[in-house]
Design a protein around this ligand. Structure first.
Ligand code: TXA
Ligand code: MG
Length: 342
């Protein structure tokens, strides 16, 4: 796919407290049909004007993304969302409760949303991010911004500007560096077009929180008769190293990893072990943090760092699927070349 890429210079702009001029410049790039990577509270996005089909197509080329995997449109208000889609009452309730924030709603689209954005579907995914840079960019551009995560297709999502530069240097016009992102995992995606909401991708906003907000819906909709998110069929989030996920009670899983780690390094391969939570794992494990939100924030960067070090195999201990743990396990299972239950 890279055959048709026209190499361009990628500018990186570090944002400070008062960066209005840089944001205005970025907004102009968007309006003129260019590609700008920008921070959101979840991960960095690769944005183009959602009103410009040609610009949107450039996103797919730059990322090497299959064209049947639709994009999320980022808006700055519920009013802007209504211009793009039919907003149901339940959808409006969720918008009022969770926007701006890491919740994406799949809704019936209105005319005028280019099919390049939705990959030809009759629905469109919309979210209002809470990151001030993302909000300012959408406001100044004056158009909704279509943006997938700003990584090469299949790679872990970028949580720092340097990750974007690593993957997309000379493929996009501009990177707005707003520092590391806070949540670290992509937004929750909920399909609102059916009889009941269906979670297509778990994230920080949990099924339970959505159920509470709607006061009607008690179970997570996991209907297999409904189409799933097109993106879910692709392998995702994977580092170059082989990722082995070990699931089970903490001490049993750690014992298994210790053995596998020893066996692997004995063959001369470079292995790494990612672990977390109380009680602290013993060395040589890399400790990602004491709470699930902290682990979520640091996971993708850790996978990329290990690739940089040239590690061959990464062992990761699974976590309980509580709170953001469900999203963490979803990403780990997709990234894993092998899963071992103990
Ligand atoms: O946090 C996030 O959501 C980040 C930031 C940049 O906003 N974006 C992000 O985009 O993760 P992306 O493209 O990496 O993931 C979007 C997911 C894909 O799984 C895609 O298939 C799904 O949303 N999606 C998009 N439009 C859809 C639609 N109309 N129906 C069902 N799924 C859709
Ligand atoms: Mg992505």
């Amino acid at each position: 796919m890279s055959r048709s890429i026209r190499r361009i210079v990628t500018r990186v702009v570090k944002l400070r407290a008062r960066s209005t001029a840089s944001l205005r410049d970025a907004a102009t790039v968007i309006r003129e049909g260019g590609l700008v990577a920008f921070p959101t509270e979840t991960v960095y996005g690769l944005g183009a004007s959602a009103r410009n089909a040609r610009a949107v197509k450039k996103i797919f080329t730059a990322k090497g993304r299959p064209s049947d995997n639709p994009l999320i449109v980022h808006v700055n208000s519920i009013r802007q969302a209504r211009q793009l889609a039919h907003v149901t009452r339940d959808a409006e309730k969720l918008m009022k409760k969770f926007w701006p924030g890491p919740l994406t709603l799949v809704l019936k689209k209105k005319k005028g949303v280019p099919s390049a954005v939705t990959s030809g579907l009759s629905t469109v995914a919309i979210r209002m991010p809470s990151h001030p840079v993302a909000r300012a960019l959408i406001r100044m551009a004056g158009v909704p911004i279509a943006a997938p995560s700003a990584n090469r297709a299949g790679r872990p999502s970028p949580t720092r500007a340097e990750h974007v530069l690593h993957d997309l240097d000379r493929r996009i016009d501009l990177i707005l560096d707003g520092g590391p992102t806070r949540v670290g995992l992509e937004s929750t995606v909920v399909d609102m077009t059916g009889f009941q909401p269906v979670i297509l991708r778990p994230g920080k906003i949990t099924a339970a929180a959505i159920a509470r907000a709607l006061r009607q819906w008690t179970a997570v909709g996991k209907s297999h008769s409904r189409p799933r998110s097109p993106g879910m069929k692709y392998r995702h989030y994977a580092p170059e190293a082989k990722l082995v996920l070990v699931e089970g009670p903490c001490e049993r899983a750690r014992k298994t990893i210790r053995r596998l780690y020893r066996d692997t390094t004995a063959t001369g391969k470079r292995a790494a072990w990612i672990d977390f939570l109380q009680p602290a794992p013993a060395r040589p494990a890399i400790d990602l943090g004491r709470t699930l939100p902290v682990v979520a924030r640091k996971l993708f960067a850790a996978l990329r760092d290990l690739d940089k070090e040239g590690v061959d195999i990464i062992f990761v201990r699974g976590v309980t699927e509580r709170g953001i743990g469900a999203a963490l396990m979803n990403r780990l299972r997709k990234a894993a070349a092998e899963t071992i239950a103990v």
